[in-house]
Write a protein that binds this ligand. Structure first.
Ligand SMILES: Nc1ncnc2c1ncn2[C@@H]1O[C@H](COP(=O)(O)OP(=O)(O)OP(=O)(O)O)[C@@H](O)[C@H]1O
Ligand SMILES: [Mg+2]
Length: 265
């Protein structure tokens, strides 16, 4: 085991997304996962049934006690839910973890559409979490909110490059999973380069937690001192195989197979 990731995100009782997906992805890529839980979602593959937010002071305390003892090579953030949660987490990071690279997954909605971020929180998310991140990983609807322009085609994705750069993160991975059609495009946008990843879409219902899993897999790679490009490439291959070998659980958007790296058990 090599590399420590502190995950700041919400719990998904269904085990497919959120903290559960994050821990599985980090562990199955042979890094160490610690957590600060921001919310408990009551969830399965069919949808989100309830959400309990953890008091912000308790979230800050989780971050503090983990960092003061175990430490972290990378911080990964997922569901932060409200303006006050974003501010408390950002204050905590500014105070004790300013030098730790951040992978920021700007989670706004669950796969089934349930809101996971308050409508008034996007500006705060940009100012306090996205700016200065090592990499931010929006899907297309999230990127639309972040830059305030529609992204419905691959040409729109190209048109989004400069506004996404202007958000002030070191890099942006724009995920194309939400585009229609057989062709799937992700873009890794850095200060002076755009790398395009192209794949065929895997025809499956089991896509719950692809985004959380990808961001955490990237975080594990960065914690293991891979370059950003290598961390993204390995993470995409990991997610693709997890989609291909998904166990087909549940009636809705089923979970991935995070454990495909675990052999002979
Ligand atoms: N059906 C699919 N086949 C192959 N790759 C996919 C498929 N769906 C998503 N991906 C890949 O999974 C990764 C996550 O992208 P996606 O756009 O689904 O994120 P997301 O919407 O944030 O996911 P989530 O809803 O879990 O938060 C990307 O690399 C994307 O290309
Ligand atoms: Mg997502």
């Amino acid at each position: 085991m090599r590399g420590r990731v502190l995950i700041i995100a919400g719990s998904d009782s269904g085990g497919g997304a959120g903290i559960q997906a994050d821990i599985k992805a980090v562990t199955c890529l042979n890094a160490f996962a610690a957590t600060a839980v921001t919310a408990i979602t009551v969830q399965n593959t069919m949808g989100v049934f309830n959400i309990h937010e953890i008091p912000t002071a308790l979230v800050a305390q989780q971050i503090e006690v983990v960092l003061s003892d175990i430490g972290a090579d990378v911080i990964k953030t997922g569901m932060l839910a409200t303006v006050s949660m974003i501010n408390v987490v950002a204050d905590c990071i500014d105070r004790i973890a300013l030098r730790i690279p951040r992978v920021v997954d700007p989670v706004m909605r669950a796969k089934g559409g349930h809101p996971l971020l308050a409508d008034d929180a996007a500006k705060t998310l940009i100012a306090r979490m996205v700016r200065g991140a090592a990499v931010v990983t929006p899907n297309l609807p999230e990127a639309e909110v972040l830059i305030g322009q529609p992204i419905k085609t691959i040409a729109d994705m190209h048109a989004a490059v400069e506004p996404l750069k202007a958000l002030g993160a070191d890099a942006v991975l724009l995920k194309g999973g939400h585009l229609e059609g057989h062709h799937l495009v992700d873009m890794l946008i850095t200060r002076d380069d755009v790398k395009i990843y192209e794949d065929s879409r895997i025809d499956t219902r089991s896509t719950h937690g692809t985004g959380c899993t990808l961001a955490s897999a990237i975080a594990a790679g960065l914690a293991q001192k891979l370059s950003l490009e290598d961390a993204v490439s390995r993470a995409r291959i990991y997610v693709r195989k997890a989609l291909e070998t998904a166990p087909g659980l549940g009636q809705g958007h089923g979970p991935l197979n995070h454990a495909h790296t675990v052999v002979n058990q």
